[in-house]
Write a protein that binds this ligand. Structure first.
Ligand code: AMP
Ligand code: MG
Length: 500
């Protein structure tokens, strides 16, 4: 089932894997698995900016061999593609072995931005597919492609997406859809679940090898530390990165939807885009995953869930650490790191310099006002930034912000406190900085949906145009002004199913 000895070899000199990536850990980690070809492959989305960053050939999108490689229809000479095994906690429960059920790794390539792993998502079944088909549908592949690049445009750590290819081959979900493959790029795709896997199986030497590989390849500052100290430092570093990532998600209004430990990146990247959503109207209790009946992964719970997930990672590292106290201390650093990172981001969004006593209350009361009226989160921040900028010479500058509240008196009272806190700050400079902090464009559900509808009809222009705009979300894009507007009425009826 997993071998297609007749798969042609692609002649792509740039696709020469370095021997020091994840696959160098050996077959306990990387299980050689061939892709299953798809017929009549075609490009759906091509990320020219990332191609350029990785210094891949200028004519990449014209190369038939590249199209075939990124669809899983070619192999690279002497480079077996592989799937990796991991386990994890799903919705708070130990789920046992999971693994790359539909991800196939091409290996790591040397690029100007360092060694990067390339991974195909949806290229067919693997030994870890369980009951799945190893496929991904066009709809979810476009969402992942655009969301990861939107995240990058916002300056938030994430796995990247180089391209999406499509095929007319049928994939059965709630209805019959067509297949697609996303090529993801990251320095490492290692998840908390990789550690949980080897720990739960008592494979301590593999656990150590994995931790050492990560330190060597991705945390060189920790390399001089030996023994338990090294693994405590690793746990501390992952904790810090995760805390910052959560602050970045919360500040931009991103809801991941499936924060299981197998979807948590050890590098602190946003990983595995499924039923995610960027908030439209602000609702702290928003649940974007329709299968999440308890609201475990509701927007406001994400920072707490990340902390819970870090404890799972800590638990998995215990065989290498032995003593509980230093591991707990590393984990508990989250309790300081997250609020600090969060406060800093909210101050930046408000254009406040320095840290003042009442800042947190100012933010909390604002969020309550946004919540009460379900004010559009992105539109609010953008209008506030413009208001601050224009208040340099316009006494009515805050009216467009006031207009989006139903309870105007609540906004007025808050705004008076805000202006007092802004004080004598230079409004022009403050507003300018706020416009570079508060994006104009986010990947709203309805925008993704429109791009998907067009793509299903064979028109990929909107995928490409959205990619361009989302790569520069703080800039003005006059042609695409409508994409910065409020979500239309029908957006609330879009159901993002967990199936992808
Ligand atoms: P997720 O919730 O999407 O992160 O997936 C959880 C687990 O299910 C991972 O091990 C995935 O590889 C696996 N999985 C999800 N969808 C499929 C599929 N269509 N075929 C095979 N495995 C899948
Ligand atoms: Mg996953």
């Amino acid at each position: 089932m997993f071998h297609h000895p007749d798969l042609p070899i692609a002649d792509l000199p740039w696709m020469r894997a370095s021997g020091s990536g994840f696959a160098s850990l050996g077959e306990a980690f990387a299980t050689p698995t061939n892709p299953t070809p798809l017929p009549a492959a075609h490009w759906v989305g091509c990320n020219e900016a990332l191609r350029n960053e990785l210094a891949l050939p200028d004519d990449l999108w014209q190369q038939q061999e590249a199209l075939e490689l990124f669809t899983g229809n070619r192999l690279v000479a002497n480079q077996p593609t592989y799937a990796s095994v991991y386990s994890g906690h799903q919705f708070g429960q130990w789920a046992g072995q999971l693994g790359d059920g539909r991800a196939l790794n091409l290996g790591s390539v040397q690029t100007p931005s360092g060694l990067q792993e390339l991974q195909l998502k949806g290229a067919g079944p693997t030994p870890y597919s369980r009951r799945g088909d190893g496929r991904a549908v066009l709809r979810s592949s476009i969402r992942e492609f655009l969301a990861s690049e939107a995240m990058h445009g916002l300056g938030i750590p994430t796995t990247r997406a180089l391209c999406v290819t499509g095929s007319p081959a049928h994939v059965r979900r709630e209805e019959v859809e067509t297949a697609a493959v996303v090529t993801r790029v990251a320095p490492s795709f290692v998840r908390f679940g990789h550690f949980e896997h080897f720990a739960s199986n008592g494979q301590i030497e593999e656990l150590r090898a994995l931790a050492d590989h990560l330190v060597t390849a991705h945390f060189p500052a920790l390399q001089d530390k030996q023994g338990a100290e090294r693994y405590v430092a690793l746990l501390h570093e992952v904790t810090q990165r995760t805390a910052v990532l959560m602050a970045q998600w919360q500040a931009v209004g991103f809801c991941h939807g499936v924060m299981n430990t197998d979807n948590m990146s050890i590098l602190g990247l946003t990983l595995d885009y499924g039923p995610f959503q960027y908030l439209d109207g602000f609702d702290a209790n928003h649940i974007c995953n329709h299968s999440d009946h308890q609201g475990r992964y509701a927007y406001a719970r994400q920072p707490q869930i990340a902390y819970w997930n870090l404890f799972c990672l800590g638990q998995a590292l215990m065989p290498l650490i032995d003593e509980q106290a230093p591991a707990l201390a590393a984990l508990e650093s989250y309790k300081q790191a997250f609020p600090e990172a969060m406060d800093q981001r909210m101050r930046n969004k408000l254009g406040l310099s320095g840290a003042h006593e009442g800042d947190r209350a100012l933010v909390e009361d604002l969020l309550q006002a946004l919540q009460q009226d379900r004010v559009d989160y992105t539109v609010f921040w953008r209008r506030l930034s413009i208001a601050v900028l224009e208040s340099a010479h316009n006494t009515h500058a805050f009216e467009p912000v006031r207009d989006i509240f139903l309870h105007r008196e609540v906004f007025d009272a808050w705004c008076a406190r805000y202006l007092e806190r802004l004080g004598a700050a230079n409004r022009q400079a403050t507003g300018d900085a706020m416009l570079r902090t508060n994006p104009k464009y986010i990947l709203r559900n309805h925008l993704g949906e429109l791009a998907i509808r067009q793509a299903k009809a064979g028109n990929f222009a909107m995928v490409q145009d959205l990619l361009q705009v989302l790569h520069a979300p703080f800039d003005e894009h006059p042609t695409y002004e409508a994409w910065a507007g409020l979500a239309p009425e029908w957006a609330s009826s879009i159901e993002i199913s967990c199936s992808s």
